[in-house]
Design a protein around this ligand. Sequence first.
Ligand SMILES: NC(=O)c1ccc[n+]([C@@H]2O[C@H](COP(=O)([O-])OP(=O)(O)OC[C@H]3O[C@@H](n4cnc5c(N)ncnc54)[C@H](O)[C@@H]3O)[C@@H](O)[C@H]2O)c1
Length: 374
Amino acid sequence: MKSPLLIVAGAKGAVGSTVAAAVADMKQTGKNTYPWLMTADWTDKIILQETAFAGWDVSEKKMSQAVALQGVLPQEHYEPSIAMLDTMDVRKPPAAATGYTEQIRILSQDIDDFIKMHPRHQPVFVNLLPACAVTKLEQYDALSDVYRELAPADFPDLAYVMAAMACGVPVVNFTSNAVECPLVVREAFQADVPLCGRDGKTGQTYLKVVIASALKARNLLVDGWYSLNILGNEDGRNLSDPQKASGKLANKTDFLDTILGYPVGKGYGQSTHKVAIEFYPPRGDSKESWDVVDMKGIFGMPMSIRMNMQLRDSILAAPMVIDLAVWMAALKASGRTGFVPELAFYFKKAPVPGSPVTFQEQIAALQNLAQDLK
Ligand SMILES: NC(=O)c1ccc[n+]([C@@H]2O[C@H](COP(=O)([O-])OP(=O)(O)OC[C@H]3O[C@@H](n4cnc5c(N)ncnc54)[C@H](O)[C@@H]3O)[C@@H](O)[C@H]2O)c1
């Protein structure tokens, strides 16, 4: 099976540059294992150290400078890879003012070039662009209407995704941007590519799914759940714009009622699942989250859980991105097309109905998928 070529939009951001450093590190170690990957135990047919990286970013800095600037990794972890990082082909995106059709043409040409340079790899597109204001693609009947009425400057994700699919390249949407509408999913079927998303489930939401699934299994009633996130990276700065944060907040909120099977706060006439994101510069990429879960047991007796997590956004995200690229390479090789709900484990939001919701269901779906691919 072919090794993945990650083609990343937003390649020099906090997550993208950490993925680039990990890809270089995998090559340096020269071993076909990488302990941080979940796929490592079933991907013995894929030569992981041959994983390749290319993409686009508006930043013109060298990749090694981008890694340094993001401050996610101490120098000792990427210093041996500087030469390799700086040979990665990361291009400037098309001018923001060009329309969708022209952007898709230019990006498709870039993708064709990347594929020609890596003929023995399976290309996988990964969307790591910044969060943007919510765009409701569902309201359109045809992509031509979308191209006419929306501007790539407001929603560049669509141009990248359509270009990837036009080139027969599978798509991973790690962002909170709502690109997987029925029109785009239909296009994925027609282009014979698998597509997955939305919004990587890296830290707080991941553990919330685990705890909510455990409380549901015990029939403990969740009366309210308050979640606070403080983060100081560029993603956090971007999310301090309420319009750009609204998609992310919805993804961080919607899943809980679905897991539990009832609206949290129904006795109060309003949702008591509250999620807040605060941009707090001293934290950088080392995000912190606080959770208070109010719940009731037999005789309605109240109890509560408090959780404080001190995690690292991009350190958690980078191996998930590589894992997803490996899944997509294997799924493409197996002939899978369209949206892949079995990968819900990796995402906050399942944009298609019928996706597995509890932690147990998501793990089981992933294991079955791995079994099918073996
Ligand atoms: N880190 C996590 O744990 C996590 C979890 C879930 C989702 N996400 C999402 O992943 C995405 C990436 O996160 P990040 O922390 O790397 O963000 P970031 O802001 O550090 O990186 C985004 C990169 O995109 C580049 N960019 C902007 N517009 C572009 C364009 N039109 N074409 C090409 N490049 C462009 C920027 O220059 C920047 O380098 C965000 O949408 C974030 O919400 C991150």
